[in-house]
Ligand binder design. Structure first.
Ligand SMILES: Cc1ncc(COP(=O)(O)O)c(C=O)c1O
Length: 347
């Protein structure tokens, strides 16, 4: 009798822990509802695993999807948050750097390089760092490849809320919910120190993601999840996104005007894009983006070099200019410092 009671209690604790590992149900319901409405993601609460941000979603995906011998596509250039994970778990030669052009990742090139990769990590709504959305033709080609090869697509939808011109493409996940793992984050739209995000996972992978989550850090802290669930359910997130989109659109216009006013176009020029909280500034031949970023850091300006985001950590020189948390005065001051650095280096 005692034994039966014990094992029942044991199982109850076990399943309670499993539920906790996926995250607070109220938050998973609120996120599923938000994603269905705003991104055409095809999901229910039981597909949602709360993460401590996209970084953990990327890490979990590598753990769950990739066997030791599996090759994997990444975009070239790509977010260092994914290529650095893959380099750290090795071997490096399984990373297939698929070039990106004005339509996003070049699927035909990927197939020519390695048709049998196990997974593709992509940023379809706003290629990181360059900013173009993945075209509809490429979306279809990517999904057709994944379906034919039974490969997984990991969709990092890191700042899709911040599209300024027209309607964003719906999520890739909505077109193939059984092939795509959809990663989202509250880092961009709320704040990065919140450390809350989500993975929307196909039925076949839910247990594996939750299991990997338990091994990694048990479960996300509970209190903030309840607060965020109420914030979304009471409509604050939708209002916040509408307001923030307006603020960022103005700030972005100000960054573009300021750069074009203060920096000579033969020294640096902006990559066109219509989304997000950063811009890419290409640098003229002869300028070293790592050196500019390092001089920027000394002057108190955070600039991320673009060339290390390419395969072999070698690519054209450029800088990621993040403008998320800054007012006009700080932006103007940073642009002046950057102009001074570029002028000095090219004198
Ligand atoms: C491409 C990309 N993915 C994801 C993230 C967000 O990561 P996290 O949710 O871990 O803060 C960022 C943040 O800069 C990013 O640039």
């Amino acid at each position: 009798m005692a034994k039966a009671w014990q094992s029942l209690a044991w199982r109850r604790c076990g399943s309670c822990r499993l539920r906790r590992a996926a995250g607070v149900l109220a938050l998973r319901e609120a996120i599923a509802d938000y994603l269905r409405r705003s991104r055409s993601v095809h999901c229910e609460a039981h597909h949602v695993v709360i993460t401590s941000g996209t970084q953990q979603g990327l890490y979990l995906s590598c753990q769950v999807l990739l066997g030791e011998a599996d090759s994997v596509w990444v975009e070239d250039p790509a977010y260092r948050g994914i290529t650095a994970i893959l380099e750290s778990i090795g071997p490096e030669d399984r990373i297939v750097h698929v070039p990106v052009d004005e339509e996003g990742i070049d699927v035909a090139a990927g197939i020519a390089m390695d048709a049998h990769a196990r997974a593709a990590f992509v940023t379809p709504s706003h290629q990181y760092p360059l900013g173009m959305p993945l075209s509809m033709g490429r979306r279809k080609a990517l999904l057709a490849w994944a379906e034919a090869n039974q490969s997984w697509i990991v969709e990092d939808d890191y700042d899709s809320e911040l599209r300024y011109a027209g309607h964003p493409f719906p999520a890739l996940q909505g077109l193939a919910p059984e092939r795509v793992i959809y990663l989202g984050t509250f880092s961009k739209i709320l704040y990065p120190s919140l450390r809350l995000g989500y993975a929307v996972v196909p039925d076949a992978l839910v247990d594996a993601y939750v299991g990997a989550r338990i091994l990694m850090d048990r479960h996300p802290p509970t209190a903030d999840q309840h607060v965020l669930a109420a914030f979304i359910k009471e409509g604050h997130l939708d209002r916040h996104i509408r307001r923030v989109r307006g603020v960022h659109a103005e700030r972005r216009t100000f960054v573009i005007e300021t750069i074009e006013r203060l920096i000579a176009p033969d020294l640096a020029w902006l990559q066109p894009s219509d989304q997000g909280m950063h811009l890419v500034l290409w640098l003229a031949a002869g300028l070293d983006d790592r050196e500019v970023a390092s001089l920027g850091r000394e002057a108190g300006v955070a600039l991320r070099p673009v060339s290390p985001m390419y395969a072999g950590r070698k690519g054209p020189a450029g800088l990621v200019l993040g403008f998320g948390g800054f007012g006009d005065k700080a932006i103007e001051e940073a642009a002046r410092k950057l102009a001074a650095i570029l002028n000095k280096l090219t004198k």
